[in-house]
Design a protein around this ligand. Sequence first.
Ligand code: AMP
Length: 228
Amino acid sequence: MRLLLIGPPGAGKGTQAVRLAAHLSIPHISTGDLFREHMDRGTELGQLVGTHMRAGLLVPDEVTIELLDERLARPDTEPGFLLDGFPRNRAQANELDGILAASGSRLDAVLDLEIPDAEVVGRIAGRRVCRQDRGHVFHVEHNPPRVAGTCTICGGELYQREDDSEATVRRRLAVHHRETAPVLDHYRDRDRGLVTTLSALGPVEEVLARGLAAIGRSRVDVSGIASH
Ligand code: AMP
């Protein structure tokens, strides 16, 4: 299954992406995480993207597309993938169309996580991410770790992302509305049934259940009885 997860900062894309990908046994590919890995390793690419990320701006398309293209060429994407944070504008969406067409594949669904702007700032202010695995995301109020500052899943140190400051979040929101929201029209114009808009409000498990329902999968327990 080939899925896209689109939504403004703070909608919980990363949180949901990890869960959906695990449920579907497909890799979770986050361009933001790929960039942050480069920043941690201090590569040339990491230095270049760091300036854009810290400012809350999009990383230039050439760089982003090359990185994504390389990632999608890895064999683990054979059964499908979940893209989190790509495409972020129409140019990237066109590039992805080309990459998929070249391999004779197509997208199965685009999930649009919707959240009012007013909610976003509070959510992001409380967000804490694990240094060891950035898929482990917590919120000091809505999804607190068992021990403050420590990842409940792997024991890693939790930290606040540099681009999660209020001013930067406001800029990222503006970029989302201006550049990323039109990506949904790109897919709707292609196929009206491809895009499903889901409310990102409510407990993590409820949002996950909405996502699974949207792609025709409900959560199934070991005895095979659907529990949602
Ligand atoms: P995210 O982790 O998805 O919130 O992304 C964090 C930051 O990484 C964004 O604010 C951008 O600066 C950069 N970024 C992530 N994905 C992309 C993309 N597809 N195109 C351009 N910049 C991106």
